[in-house]
Design a protein. Structure first.
Length: 256
């Protein structure tokens, strides 16, 4: 029993020493960074401005065109009744039926077959994958209205693609969905300017990397610095107790 208690005491003592060592390391690193605050601040500002200038100057401007289309189906009431009977809720049944129709329409308008039609009709030198990756179709406010967006480095190309998608959507919806139709609500908008760049996010990202790239060399240099700066360095390197400290005394020639 006594041996078990002694072993537990040793384990507790070991855990405490490790915890104190970890806390000491954290305090030491914190003090080290506080001493070098001016260097870290300068580096973060420099990196922030460099990131901002580099990205804003080299980034290709992107333009977005958008349009709205309403997806309808004369058999939607029958589908709604199916969900109403299942969930015993009129509003919920209609909502689920319209949601299913909208989700199905998105899959149709992003299929290879439809995008190939758009590619052949526009002839802008973009393949199927590039058109699909540049376009986005989202359900508008849980309704049967779809918002179609297209991003391009040229505003006329973005507008042309949205116009073509809107025009071809009705025939494709009718071909796939029995009784389906697509009605254009808003024609394709012509972008008046490029998408705004989040300058604050870019600047803060640059500051973060500036602090990171500066803090690492500071730690490495301090790690290989063998000079003794205070009594903690002595205690960590040698097992001998510290008997006393000699204070720093100013000479008589120094002014107070």
């Amino acid at each position: 029993m006594y041996a078990i208690i002694k072993n537990n005491q040793k384990l507790v003592g070991s855990y405490l020493r490790n915890a104190f060592s970890f806390v000491y390391i954290l305090k030491y690193v914190f003090k080290l960074f506080v001493k070098k605050w001016w260097l870290l601040s300068l580096s973060s500002l420099v990196f922030g401005f460099v990131f901002l200038l580099y990205i804003t100057q080299l980034m290709t401007p992107t333009y977005t065109s958008s349009g709205l289309v309403y997806i309808d189906n004369k058999y939607i009431s029958n589908k709604a009744n199916t969900y109403i009977n299942k969930y015993k809720d009129v509003n919920l049944g209609e909502l689920i039926a319209s949601r299913k129709l909208a989700e199905t329409s998105i899959q149709i308008l992003t299929s290879d077959t439809f995008i190939e039609q758009v590619m052949n009709a526009t002839n802008v030198g973009m393949d199927v994958d590039k058109i699909r990756n540049s376009m986005s179709i989202k359900i508008k406010n849980e309704t049967q209205i779809l918002e179609i967006r297209f991003k391009s480095s040229k505003p006329e190309v973005a507008t042309l693609l949205v116009e073509t998608i809107l025009k071809l959507s009705n025939d494709e919806i009718q071909r796939v969905i029995r009784g389906g139709s697509a009605v254009i609500i808003d024609e394709a908008s012509y972008p008046t300017g490029p998408i705004g760049v989040n300058r604050l996010r870019i600047f803060l990202s640059g500051m973060f990397w500036g602090v990171l790239f500066t803090a690492f060399p500071i730690l490495i240099i301090d790690l290989f610095d063998k000079r003794i700066k205070d009594q903690n360095d002595l205690s960590s390197r040698y097992e001998y107790p510290i008997i006393g400290l000699i204070p720093s005394i100013r000479s008589s020639s120094e002014k107070y």
